[in-house]
Design a protein around this ligand. Sequence first.
Ligand SMILES: [Zn+2]
Length: 164
Amino acid sequence: MRIKTKSKRLITALNYVLKKIPKKDRCTLLENLFRVISRNSLRTPGDTLGSVNICQTSAEFRPFLKLDCDRRQLLGQILFYKDVFRLFSDKALIGIVAHEFAHALRAFRIGGNWYDEMQKRWRREEKYANKIAATWGFSSNIKAMERERKEIVDPYFTFRRNGR
Ligand SMILES: [Zn+2]
């Protein structure tokens, strides 16, 4: 697994979470996750002049197809969106990281067909991810993540969208 980010906060959170995850799960993640990267989130023009719509996702777990000469391998990757995750506290950011790692673990447990399987029931997958993260000991971080999403981050984007 490669980590490609300049965010020291994110690197600290990633290391903290990885250290706390039980060894067996950690090994599964390190073997199957191709990379963890950060980038800016997607922006599209907003409804009012000069306003922008910023995609509000802070992070996502996605497939990564590794192409070798003689074989194709479906791995996973986690993308963190800088201008969204920066709005969360350190405590909540740890929750976001744990949540994404939990999605990845679910996928690698399902195996080959994980992308379709998980797309079909993404709402349930969100709950599963939080449950796995809780068993790893991150329930207070998950709570912080959910609370800040509702009380700080979503209202902030609503404000931005209105062109102010
Ligand atoms: Zn999720």
